[in-house]
Design a protein around this ligand. Structure first.
Ligand code: ADP
Length: 233
């Protein structure tokens, strides 16, 4: 099955709205964080007084960390941040992403690079493209249970380049595929996923006048194909 991942109006509106709410929540969240940070160093003393007190502090701390991750994710989604436009080398960005992932990569995952010989130069924001590729690669990594492979294949035609990221992970049903990119849609456990990664990725690719499509077969794996217009020289 194949589906084109687009950010529809509902998603865009939901994203902007949630980003606004997240911004407002950030302030009181920082109060809570300050309070918990003050309590954490004396947790062992609290434990002596009452076992439950220390437990509650830890629970609050976990909640604050999770809320922080969501607020940060929504901040990125609202894309009010960096709007620098520069010349981006796609192969270099992909190599940088792989370097970052290497640190968390389980050694049961084989990485295959099949980069075309041409230099792929795109006009856009390097940090955002980096974020978009990294989100897809991190999902690919997390989708693999046991042994598996992630392949990154790049190709080029006259005006655009394609970046294909394939994993031999758990794959997705057709219903599941249509929900990828919907803000807050996640199948990962609490604390593991915010369901914002692909929403951010789609909005970045669209900002670069590109496209993203998804092919997936349940229990076989998934392929995300990004296409981006090349810089006109
Ligand atoms: P998160 O990673 O926080 O869950 P994402 O927006 O990045 O949020 O992904 C949303 C959901 O899409 C994931 O929870 C997962 O169910 C599904 N998904 C994304 N990429 C893959 C993949 N390569 N293989 C299987 N499922 C995937």
């Amino acid at each position: 099955a194949q589906t084109k991942l687009i950010q529809n109006e509902k998603m865009a509106t939901l994203g902007v709205l949630s980003a606004g709410v997240a911004h407002e929540i950030n302030n009181p969240l920082n109060f809570i964080k300050g309070g918990v940070d003050g309590l954490l160093p004396i947790v062992s003393e609290l434990e002596k007084k009452d076992k439950n007190l220390a437990k509650f502090v830890k629970i609050i701390n976990e909640g604050v960390k999770r809320a922080n991750a969501i607020v940060k994710g929504l901040g990125k989604f609202s894309r009010q941040t960096d709007s620098t436009i520069e010349t981006c080398d796609i192969h270099r960005i992909l190599e940088d992403c792989l370097l970052i992932l290497h640190g968390t990569m389980k050694n049961n995952i084989e990485i295959e690079r099949d980069f075309c010989s041409e230099q792929l130069i795109v006009t856009g924001n390097e940090g955002k493209l980096h974020q978009a590729f990294l989100n897809i690669l991190a999902n690919a990594q997390q989708a693999i249970v046991g042994n598996g492979k992630i392949a990154i294949i790049t190709t080029v035609n006259d005006e655009s380049c394609q970046i294909k990221i394939t994993d031999t992970g758990v794959g997705m049903s057709e219903e599941h595929m249509t929900r990828v990119g919907e803000p807050f849609f996640t199948t990962k456990g609490p604390g593991e996923g915010t369901g914002l990664g692909m929403a951010i990725t789609i909005s970045i690719i669209e900002e670069h006048q590109g496209g993203l499509s998804l092919d997936s077969v349940e229990s076989q794996g998934s392929t995300f194909t990004i296409s981006l217009p090349l810089k006109v020289s």
